[in-house]
Design a binder for this molecule. Structure first.
Ligand SMILES: Nc1ncnc2c1ncn2[C@@H]1O[C@H](COP(=O)(O)OP(=O)(O)OP(=O)(O)O)[C@@H](O)[C@H]1O
Length: 563
């Protein structure tokens, strides 16, 4: 029949069948085809594998026999290949019934019936690729656009998993552009300074025509915050600061738990109790003063630790507010450049706890938290322990009730907390080759078989497997080109080695700006409730400045260099 690519052959079922094809280029692995079913009409199917057999040049023959058979075919002027059998294996996806539900046939397909290439409308409607808002790319090998739903992506979380250099942050930025275009507030935890480039439009390329998008910069929508300072991170727009007022002993010791022993905690506790009895609002300087009055010799160590925390400038009486960070149509990027891993984790713990609490109280709008390098912030038990694990687990399991979504990005799926990963309703998986990572991905995905694992090992950059509640089956997508500039380019080592070194950058004097004070500061855990900040005031007492036990050690630990 015209347009037929093959004939259903041999034993058939209602879930799969094989079909013979005459031309090996007629269909390819992964392609969508359709077959007529007497009960269900046109049914969408997908080619799982294609195999080619030759009875004349068979592996059951010896090398000499096979060679002879081949030579004879050539002598007779016959094309050796014309006698080959090419057999494709198809899996049945189904068809939409009049009420829009996906149905799978209940009786086998008929041997001898033709198989055709599936048309775009059938593929799109059966798989459920259209009808949603977020345009993320084209179904691989076709020009069919793939859309995801904002609600389902944000409420039910999303993960992007792939080995390094496979396009995770590129794909994440595509999702973030779509969310920003729809005014969803974004809070991005960015350990490698990859998202600042979203401010600028991408340079024009042929891909823009292919995907039907145009370059766009998000300059006025993206703000870069640094927990360090503007000398360490000159690209930052604002300083990120945690609330330093009315801190409890628990708040302070949670910053670096391993540095405070029980004697230190006792001194802190006693000093803070005294302050609370006397003052409505106290600062870190007040605590240091009170500790200096303690009679224990251990006070010098406690003071030194507290002075290091104070000197890091991370705690402030004018903290960064959550309302400032979570605004409709805006992305706040916490750029961790120059911040040591321990401190990153502590900041994520404090910030995300405050974020979750504020969202529960409806003090900020619903939005998305983006966690890059998630294996470092929410590691699987047994790999490592971090301050941020618990709150990220809580957001993963309870965030959807409060409209706080998580986009989890990692190159080591096997090392992320399974409680976090298993909550992601949308999974975007790019090339993965590590056997442990492959195993952990396929364990967490429904309906994923060894075919999918093989596929994941061979994906080219920019192609992703998408598993989503919105889409009936895992599909391969060609992720659309970014509208904004990509910031995760690899360093060209050879080029860099062969060009002359730039002059060292001049040091800027101190922090350049202070973040504005506002009504919902990011509170250190356990301190006053988010949404009602303590009034700002100058420290009432100045502690005696004693020589530090190890001058500036913690500051170096935090930021890796002097201010
Ligand atoms: N959809 C795409 N279209 C075009 N190019 C892409 C696409 N995805 C990725 N790339 C290219 O692949 C390169 C690597 O992508 P990306 O930086 O996102 O990888 P990554 O997985 O985040 O890497 P890392 O783990 O090192 O951060 C990019 O420089 C980009 O040019």
């Amino acid at each position: 029949m015209r347009g037929s690519v093959g004939i259903i052959s041999g034993e058939t079922g209602s879930f799969d069948f094989k079909f013979l094809i005459s031309d090996s280029t007629a269909v390819h692995r992964g392609e969508y085809v359709k077959a007529w079913h007497e009960g269900d009409g046109w049914v969408l199917c997908q080619v799982l594998s294609i195999k080619r057999f030759s009875d004349k040049v068979s592996i059951k023959k010896s090398f000499d026999e096979a060679k002879k058979a081949f030579e004879e075919l050539k002598k007779d002027g016959k094309d050796r290949k014309s006698s080959d059998r090419i057999v494709a294996e198809a899996t049945v996806i189904g068809s939409r019934d009049p009420s829009g539900l996906l149905r799978a046939p209940k009786t086998p397909f008929s041997p001898g019936d033709d198989v055709f290439k599936a048309d775009n409308d059938l593929i799109s409607s059966v798989l459920g690729l259209s009808g949603n808002e977020m345009y993320i790319g084209l179904l691989d090998g076709t020009d069919i656009p793939v859309h995801l739903s904002v609600n389902s992506l944000v409420q039910k979380h999303c993960s992007i998993l792939a080995k390094t250099g496979s396009g995770k942050s590129y794909t994440a930025a595509v999702l973030l552009e779509e969310l920003l275009d729809r005014k969803v507030p974004l809070l991005i935890l960015d350990p490698h300074s990859e998202y600042a480039s979203m401010k600028e439009p991408a340079s024009k390329s042929a891909d823009f025509r292919k995907f039907g998008v145009s370059p766009k910069g998000y300059g006025s929508n993206v703000t870069i915050y640094t927990p360090a300072n503007k000398v360490i991170n000159p690209n930052a727009d604002e300083l990120f600061r945690l609330n330093g007022n009315n801190l409890t002993a628990k708040d302070l010791t949670s910053i670096f738990p391993e540095n405070f022993n029980s004697t230190h905690i006792g001194i802190l506790y006693e000093s803070i109790q005294k302050l609370r009895a006397e003052m409505e609002t106290y600062t870190l300087d007040d605590i240091i003063f009170e500790v200096s009055n303690n009679e224990s010799k251990a006070r010098w160590n406690v003071m030194s630790l507290l002075e290091d925390i104070r000197d890091s400038d991370l705690l402030s009486s004018s903290p960064t507010s959550l309302e400032e960070l979570m605004q409709k149509g805006k992305a706040a990027v916490i750029d961790f450049k120059g911040v040591a891993p321990d401190l990153q984790s502590m900041i994520v713990a404090q910030l995300c706890s405050a974020l979750f609490e504020a969202r529960k109280m409806n003090a900020i709008p619903p939005g998305m938290l983006v966690v890059e390098e998630a294996h470092n912030f929410a590691p699987e038990r047994g790999f490592s322990k971090t301050a941020s694990s618990e709150v990220l687990r809580t957001i993963a399991s309870e965030g959807r009730k409060f409209g706080l979504g998580m986009l989890v990005i990692s190159q080591r799926p096997a090392r992320i907390d399974k409680n976090v990963l298993s909550q992601c309703g949308t999974q975007i998986i790019m090339k993965v080759t590590n056997p442990n990572d492959l195993k952990s991905i396929s364990k967490g995905l429904e309906g994923v078989n060894s075919f999918v694992e093989d596929e994941l090992m061979r994906l080219p950059p920019g192609v992703a497997m998408l598993v989503s509640n919105d889409i009936e089956r895992p599909v391969l997508i060609d992720v659309r080109v970014r509208k904004s500039k990509h910031g995760g380019e690899s360093v060209n080592v050879l080029k860099s080695a062969q060009t002359s070194s730039p002059a060292p950058a001049k040091r800027a004097p101190g922090p350049v700006s202070q973040p504005p004070a506002s009504s919902a500061p990011v509170q250190a855990e356990g301190s006053a409730e988010a949404g009602s900040p303590p009034p700002k005031r100058q420290p009432s007492r100045q502690p005696d400045r004693q020589p530090k036990a190890e001058g500036g050690g913690l500051f170096k630990k935090i930021f890796g260099s002097e201010k």
